[in-house]
Design a protein around this ligand. Structure first.
Ligand code: CUA
Length: 331
């Protein structure tokens, strides 16, 4: 009778677990598989999950069975049987896991080698992290942008670095994540395989604006990509474009550039207040100095040290003058 109850419970358990997996397999919790990396990584993940599930059920099933079947009965105070080792059993349960680990290890290594290989004639895109925005540079056309565009089906190698602290370039839909480390270039290769717009995140706590350090990657047809590249080049010298490309909008609200950042002071009233902030400093000088040496003049309510101090290296003097004139509005 007791054996039958146990047998029935085991059957019910197996059916429930099976049904659970059937339901779970219909719910997709993963982002889209938008790159060659994603396909290989997801397949590896599913196989590991499957193997682990089988082992978990076997081990826990044996444990639960032993706990119930061999428990101490009421009134039975005899000592348990004295057991010694079973050599064949021990060899068996050492060899089987060892074989599983070796197979998983070889397969994982193959997947790693495959996803890290850059493909045929990859396009280089430089990814630069800084507090608190991403910049993307296309060295083939000498262009820098804040939004990443890629042509579908063409291999790309990201050369990832940082201008200040450690960030982490992360595109969940590509299953691609790599640290952006100051003074070091890390490469990440893949081929986008799905047209669409996918989020880019920073995956390393990098300061007060970490959560807003986001962007998007637009994967489009090669024709659309070429058209976008040409349009970006045409805008490269537009001061509003400089403002956006340098990531100023992540921290500053400026209606003329359509940005709404709140880490730094609002810049909309700059034409009115720039000349009154520091006694004896003209408006244009005040703005230029604030751009090049941000800690010289601190707007009350904002801590010093927030704004990057390297705009004089990243912008040409001509671009700085254009940006100052733009911030002071049409005069
Ligand atoms: Cu950059 Cu977090």
């Amino acid at each position: 009778m007791r054996e039958r109850t146990l047998f029935l419970s085991a059957i019910v358990g197996i059916v429930l677990v099976g049904a659970g997996f059937a339901v779970a397999s219909q719910v997709n919790v993963m982002p889209p598989e938008a790159s060659t990396r994603a396909v290989a990584v997801d397949q590896l993940f599913r196989i590991l999950l499957g193997v682990s599930t089988v082992i978990f059920l076997l081990v826990e099933g044996a444990l639960v069975f032993a706990v119930i079947r061999f428990r101490r009965r009421a009134g039975d105070d005899r000592p348990g049987p004295a057991l010694h080792g079973n050599t064949s059993l021990e060899i068996l349960w050492t060899l089987i896991p060892a074989a599983i680990v070796v197979v998983i290890g070889v397969y994982s290594f193959q997947v790693l080698a495959a996803i890290e290989s850059p493909g045929q004639g990859p396009r280089v895109v430089e990814v630069v992290g800084r507090q608190f925005s991403w910049q993307f540079r296309y060295p083939e056309v000498d262009l820098a942008t804040t939004e990443l565009h890629l042509p579908v089906g063409q291999p790309v190698v990201f050369q990832i670095s940082s201008e200040d602290v450690i960030h982490s370039f992360w595109v969940p839909a590509f299953r691609a994540k790599r640290d952006a480390t100051p003074g070091q270039i890390s490469e990440l290769a893949m081929t986008p395989i799905e047209i669409g717009t996918f989020p880019i995140r920073c995956a390393e706590l990098c300061g007060a604006g970490h959560a807003i350090m986001t962007s998007e990657v637009v994967v489009e047809s090669p024709e659309d990509f070429t058209a976008w590249l040409a349009q970006q080049q045409a805008m490269a010298n537009d001061p509003a474009q400089i403002f956006l490309t340098m990531g100023c909008g992540a921290c500053h609200t400026l209606t003329a550039a359509g940005t709404t950042g709140t880490i730094g002071p609002v810049l909309d009233d700059l034409p009115k207040v720039a000349g009154t902030r520091e006694p004896g400093v003209a408006a244009a000088d005040y703005v230029e100095q604030s751009l090049v040496h941000p800690d010289d003049f601190i707007v009350p309510g904002f801590p010093p040290g927030l704004m990057p101090k390297n705009f004089s290296q990243r912008l040409t003097p001509d671009q700085i003058q254009r940006l100052v004139a733009f911030l002071l509005g049409p005069s």
